[in-house]
Design a binder for this molecule. Sequence first.
Ligand code: B12
Ligand code: SF4
Ligand code: SF4
Length: 332
Amino acid sequence: MSKEFRRLAVPEPLRDTARALGFPLLGAVEAGESEFFPEFQAWLEAGKCAGMAYLREHADARRQPESVLPGVRSILMLGMPFGELEKLAEREYPGHPIRHCLARQTPENTASEPPKNTAFVAQYAASGLDYHDIIRRQLKTLQKTFREFFPNQTSRGIVDTAPFFEREFAVRAGLGFLGRNRMLIHPDFGSLFFLAAILTTETLPETAEPPSTPLLTREEQLEFRRRCETCGQCLRACPTGALSETGLDARLCASYLTIEDRSSEGSSTPIPSPYLLGCDECQRHCPWNQPFPPRTLFRLDAFPLTADTLRRTPFSRPGPEKLEARAAELGK
Ligand code: B12
Ligand code: SF4
Ligand code: SF4
């Protein structure tokens, strides 16, 4: 669990804007070095980052948020529940062709095998749209409001791609606690939410505790993490052995293997998981995520897929050939 860092105050109207944009979770913390950088280095050295070269290449930049925004003083951490992304997607892209490929398991059907001619898809992809595109746009709108309060600062909005430990800074800002499954967990949202950040050169004032928002105090974070120690459901649920006491080994993780891995195309070693894309098993079994939403299914009769169907969707990351190879591996 991280050391104490100064939590910072965010003007209430800005919180309202953030909420309206789909971010019910917003906390701010002073900028500072990553405390867990040595853990990260050890993780890289052990080869547990698998083929994610970008993690190695920009490793040193992660030591310090200053490398993401020179002169950074304050960091706003934001959380968008997956359901919010789905609402935005339904409202704004109702006719996206990917929708024809997706379906939902009924709430009564909780079978751990997908129905015939379908495969599971992780919940982060349930909206069918690439969260980076939508969150980036929402961040831009929020940055505009932020500029109205603080016109003399510069800011940078990030989701995923910058060399920055989103989970570590989210813990500092009080957005949740780090579970043994390595996910950032909040008692109201479980772990089914995205993280994003706005780094700013503005020095925000220190906040008076306790915060009036759903942010966690340090004591709550410690208490929830303690509960993890007697649970361990996520470790037992991982189908591949990727998750252990020492963290996550991406070389074994079904999420990595189905989304990121470029070496396994045509590989003969099957991934022991029923997912076409991603994996939720270490979250599905976590008590903080109950009841888990009905599973998202991908209709395998939709193959072959066109470039149009995949554009601006999470499925464009693995791409059509990798998806098709995975569908074949699942035996459909
Ligand atoms: C690379 C990556 C992956 C890789 C590696 C995952 C991993 N566990 O590292 C793969 C492809 C496997 C992956 C999978 C998934 N990912 Co991913 N991923 C990332 C990415 C881009 C970088 C993460 C990273 O730096 N990993 C390296 C490890 C060492 O860093 P870390 O886990 O962040 O750990 C730091 C903190 O945990 C910190 N720390 C904080 N407190 C404590 C306490 C202790 C005791 C210790 C030791 C350390 C510690 O120490 C570490 C170093 O600072 C982030 C976005 C980002 N820029 O942060 C998204 C991110 C972590 N992923 C996300 C998601 C949703 C997923 C999946 C659920 C998708 C899916 N369903 O398939 C799975 C979950 C797998 C899992 N159980 O972690 C979300 C997580 C949201 C949340 N609520 O936590 C993020 C934040 C993306 C986003 N913008 O929303 N992912
Ligand atoms: S995402 Fe799946 S394979 Fe990866 S650690 Fe979690 S349960 Fe294991
Ligand atoms: S399943 Fe249990 S041990 Fe794992 S993150 Fe959830 S509460 Fe913690």
